[in-house]
Ligand binder design. Structure first.
Ligand SMILES: O=C(O)CCC(=O)C(=O)O
Ligand SMILES: [Fe+2]
Length: 285
């Protein structure tokens, strides 16, 4: 259970839970508290604490994994641009469930080109980690080529990592190194979840290095002529791959209820390059 820093009586807790269950946004729950004389920070703490306690109890009762904190870079109807330290990033679309944000202009075109140039000679056929056997395997649902940069591999990686950390308000050391993928014509990445399946035997070894993955940022390094959208089948939603833009999605527990099933649809014409950043719960080692 979360620790409690604020006093919330049962009636107030029940009212907060009722608002949250009815789908009220956080601002709508906070405003009446502040009007009643609550200090704003204390009201935020109270709403967060009650909501988290409710979600955890609900998870335990339903036999679901308990939700954890995830990067939450923007609020509903907030600023159209976010200060990412050395660059202003645009908010192009914001979906609450699944939690998906489309960002514009995360990287400059020069940065995209430089990342492609440095990854190109190091590509190999993408493999997928088999959590049952514990080995990396080539998979017919994943016909891209890829490579990983170690975190902080060079000045460009460090600049991009710092920008992502500021944009997402999530520490650099909680992130895996950037993964670059190239999809040729016809190549795709069939729908999957990015979190590690808790039921599989190989997962505990992966979790030991920084906990679960809690969010993904897929940055488009070019604009394919046709196809190559990132699809979210549960939401019937797709993001067009535009050079420099990115799609962010978070998953507060390793469960399909997050609605974060997603894939890279086949490239119809041209090729598609992306850089993916995965964010962990804790420091990734
Ligand atoms: O290529 C895409 O659009 C999605 C990539 C992806 O799902 C991943 O890297 O995990
Ligand atoms: Fe993915």
């Amino acid at each position: 259970m979360p620790s409690q820093d604020v006093e919330v009586d049962d009636a107030l807790a029940a009212w907060i839970v009722e608002q949250v269950r009815a789908g009220q946004p956080p601002e709508a729950v906070l405003a009446p508290l502040v009007e009643q004389g609550w200090d704003e920070d204390a009201a935020i703490d109270a709403v967060e604490w009650v909501t988290r306690r409710f979600l955890e109890q609900h998870a335990v009762e339903e036999g679901l994994p308990v939700p954890v904190r995830v990067p939450a870079p923007i609020v509903a109807n907030g600023r159209a641009t976010v200060d990412a330290g050395d660059r202003q990033v645009q908010v192009l679309a914001n979906l609450l469930h699944p939690r998906v944000i489309v960002f514009g202009s995360v990287l400059s075109h020069e940065e995209c080109d430089a990342l492609v140039a440095s990854a190109r000679s190091r590509l190999s056929r993408s493999s997928t980690f088999n959590l049952d056997s514990g080995v990396d395997e080539v998979h017919e649902g994943r016909t891209s080529q890829g490579m990983f940069f170690a975190r902080g591999a060079d000045a460009l990686c460090r600049r991009i990592e710092a920008r992502i950390a500021t944009l997402l308000d999530w520490p650099v050391d909680h992130g895996e190194g950037l993964q670059v993928l190239r999809y040729g014509p016809g190549a795709e990445y069939r729908p999957h979840y990015d979190y590690f399946d808790p039921q599989r035997p190989g997962t505990s070894a992966l979790l030991a290095r920084g906990g679960q993955r809690v969010a993904s940022l897929v940055i488009y390094l070019n604009t394919p002529e046709c196809g190559g959208a990132t699809t979210f089948p549960d939401a019937r939603f797709e993001v067009a791959p535009i050079k420099g833009n990115a799609v962010f999605f978070s998953y507060d527990r390793p469960h399909p209820m997050t609605g974060t099933l997603h894939g890279g649809a086949p490239v119809i014409e041209g090729e598609k390059w992306v850089a993916t950043k995965w964010l962990r719960e804790r420091q990734y080692v």
